[in-house]
Design a protein. Structure first.
Ligand code: 5AD
Ligand code: FES
Length: 352
């Protein structure tokens, strides 16, 4: 199996069968072998630095009904909220003072936020903080909408594909959503010129090693700038309440494989990873991640943006979260930096 990891490091791709075999043959020794390589590659591009993104969860209204997600429209137990433009700008002001240079506006698919409303918010943030990047994470929209928001100043877009296996996709989502449209959205975002992030959940119901192989093959084809993965964690008010969560070990293994495939990608150690293991984010960085995303949302809405159960950091001020993250990273020899943290283009001629 180590030979397969060597091959992945060299060729940056394996076949579907090889990926599936590698994933199902995972052992602690093999994982350590992978993580060491993943760390070395990450160090070549990013040294021991960790980029921070300030996450602003600005609406928990969602018109979709994804079976895994706590803020799905059928969940009537959610107390819904929307942040005003002023509240969002205030989060950015606070975040800027703390050293954040990227703001991620994340929300459910909420039709209230029209292109006009969003464009106004985005261009105001860019006007107030010209040295910052604005990332959107607001789901599927039309090509025209993505274009308008990009013209308003949005630099980056996060849209996880969730699973690249068509059969699996249909078992996680209501029939209104299709993997085909999801993939088209990602292509549109790239064509428009966004730095694009995709990703998937690890351990979601009905997932097989072949599904995960399909995820990796899709990522190799799309060549995104960012890849966010995290364990599936059940939410008690969803149809998947009774399923078990994805494991730390498999999530870390997938993270390491992605680092070998995309040496210079921006890969977050996610909140979900920190939720299933108290040192999950540290372990993520040690498996090849180079980004963390502390929460900048106002305290009074923190416990309303719950995609899954037991989410961490719901009671912490942005400053506390940031300090906690700095300490955590220092404890493993890494350093949180004040920077936009753009993707470093690869120099393919450089020997590896
Ligand atoms: N467990 C883990 N991750 C989840 N997400 C949504 N619901 C869950 C859950 N129950 C992830 C999805 C989405 C991102 C914002 O959060 O991958 O793209
Ligand atoms: Fe939020 Fe630790 S990162 S409290």
């Amino acid at each position: 199996m180590e030979r397969l990891i060597d091959k992945l490091e060299k060729d940056r791709i394996l076949s579907r069968e090889e990926f599936a075999l590698l994933i199902s043959s995972r052992t602690p020794q093999l994982s350590e072998y992978l993580f060491e390589k993943a760390r070395n590659i990450r160090h070549k591009y990013y040294g021991n630095t960790v980029y921070i993104r300030g996450l602003i969860e600005f609406t928990n209204y969602c018109k979709n009904d994804c079976l895994y997600c706590g803020i799905r429209c059928s969940n009537k137990n959610v107390s819904r909220y929307r942040l005003t433009k002023e509240e969002i700008l205030e989060c950015c002001r606070k975040g800027y003072a703390l050293g954040f240079r990227t703001f991620v506006l994340q929300g459910g698919e909420d039709p209230y936020y029209t292109d006009e409303i969003l464009a106004d918010i985005i261009s105001t943030i860019k006007g107030n903080h010209p040295d910052c990047a604005v990332t959107l994470s607001i789901g599927e929209r039309s090509y025209e909408s993505y274009l308008k928001l990009h013209e308003a100043g949005a630099d980056r877009y996060l849209l996880r594909h969730e699973t690249a296996n068509f059969d699996h996709y249909s078992r996680l989502h209501a029939p209104k959503l299709s993997l085909q449209n999801r993939m088209q959205c990602l292509k549109n975002l790239k064509a428009i010129g966004y730095q694009v992030g995709t990703g998937f959940m690890v351990g979601s119901p009905f997932q097989t090693p072949e599904c995960l192989a399909d995820d990796l093959l899709f990522i190799a084809e799309l060549m995104p700038h960012m890849v966010g993965i995290g364990p599936f964690i059940p939410h008690h008010d969803t149809p998947f309440a009774g399923y078990s969560a994805g494991t730390v070990d498999l999530t870390l293994f997938m993270l390491g494989l992605i680092r070998l495939m995309l040496p210079s990608a921006l890969i977050p150690a996610t909140t979900a990873l920190g939720t299933i293991d108290p040192r999950g984010r540290e372990k993520g960085v040690l498996a090849g991640a180079n980004v963390v995303m502390p929460n900048l949302s106002p305290l009074n809405v923190r416990n309303k943006y719950l995609l899954y159960d037991n989410k961490i950091c719901t009671g912490d001020e942005a400053a506390e979260c940031l300090n906690c993250m700095k300490r955590r990273m220092q404890s493993i020899g890494y350093e949180v930096v004040v920077s936009r943290g753009d993707h470093i283009p690869e120099n393919h001629s450089e020997p590896r």
